[in-house]
Design a protein around this ligand. Structure first.
Ligand SMILES: Nc1ncnc2c1ncn2[C@@H]1O[C@H](COP(=O)(O)OP(=O)(O)OP(=O)(O)O)[C@@H](O)[C@H]1O
Ligand SMILES: [Mg+2]
Length: 219
């Protein structure tokens, strides 16, 4: 998630912070109990005042909620519960800042587990700002897939398709003036047993293409 969390403008510093504020994260390989190697992620510790589990969402600025929403919609995050959003006070101690953590279940193979804690927060029903719309416009799933590959992670065909579809949905939705709530409602199931709209669209599209067709034809 850190690699795909692109900064706005030029950020040359080592602690590059992206649009959604994912803390700087590195892929690490470490020796497990002196025997085998384990792969994991090492993330910068962010001083915080707890997580969204500890308080209601009312005081969170719209911008903070939208930056998390954009990340989750792009990456089809299937683990965005309240415990995975840290809450911090800004330097003046006046405003709350939200920090997204725990991105181990982003870019799943299917959309079925997508759930977003913020979906029913009032901020999610506010329109995107011009700055956010410009950021969304700049997103490019193919470039993101290449970037992950450059950093050593080749997405499976299914996960890459999920990234392509969620990026497309976010871009088309934002261009048509949809709110994070509107777009999130398409991605998430309303009840566990009923497919989401995106799952229905996905299945319909799969039914229309011949096996072995190119990804472009599917999209
Ligand atoms: N970058 C960070 N800065 C500060 N605290 C963090 C950070 N990342 C994680 N934590 C703390 O560690 C806890 C667990 O982290 P995380 O959510 O990434 O793992 P998890 O897989 O959910 O772990 P578990 O299953 O044990 O809850 C978080 O709830 C948070 O309190
Ligand atoms: Mg967690």
């Amino acid at each position: 998630a850190y690699i795909l969390d692109h900064p706005i403008g030029d950020h040359e510093s080592e602690e590059r912070i992206g649009f959604s504020g994912v803390p700087p994260t590195a892929l690490v390989r470490s020796l497990h109990r002196g025997k085998s190697f384990k792969i994991g992620s090492l993330q910068m510790f962010i001083q915080n005042n707890g997580s969204c589990e500890d308080m209601g969402p009312r005081a969170f600025p719209v911008k903070e909620v939208h930056k998390i929403a954009v990340l989750d919609l792009r990456l089809a995050n299937a683990d965005r519960h309240a415990g995975n959003i840290l809450v911090c006070k800004d330097e003046e101690g006046d405003n709350y800042m939200l920090v997204p953590i725990d991105h181990g279940y982003c870019l799943p193979e299917k959309f079925e587990d997508c759930t977003f804690e913020w979906l029913y927060w009032p901020q999610a029903r506010e329109p995107f700002s011009d700055e956010t719309i410009a950021y969304i416009k700049s997103l490019d799933a193919e470039e993101d897939i290449k970037l992950l590959k450059f950093h050593g992670w080749e997405l499976s065909a299914r996960c890459a398709r999920v990234l392509r579809i969620s990026t497309m949905l976010l871009k088309k939705g934002a261009a048509r003036g949809l709110t994070p709530y509107d777009i999130g409602r398409i991605l998430c199931r309303e009840t566990v047993n009923r497919d989401s709209e995106i799952e229905d669209i996905f299945q319909e599209a799969e039914g229309h293409v011949l096996p072995g067709s190119s990804e472009d034809i599917f999209l």
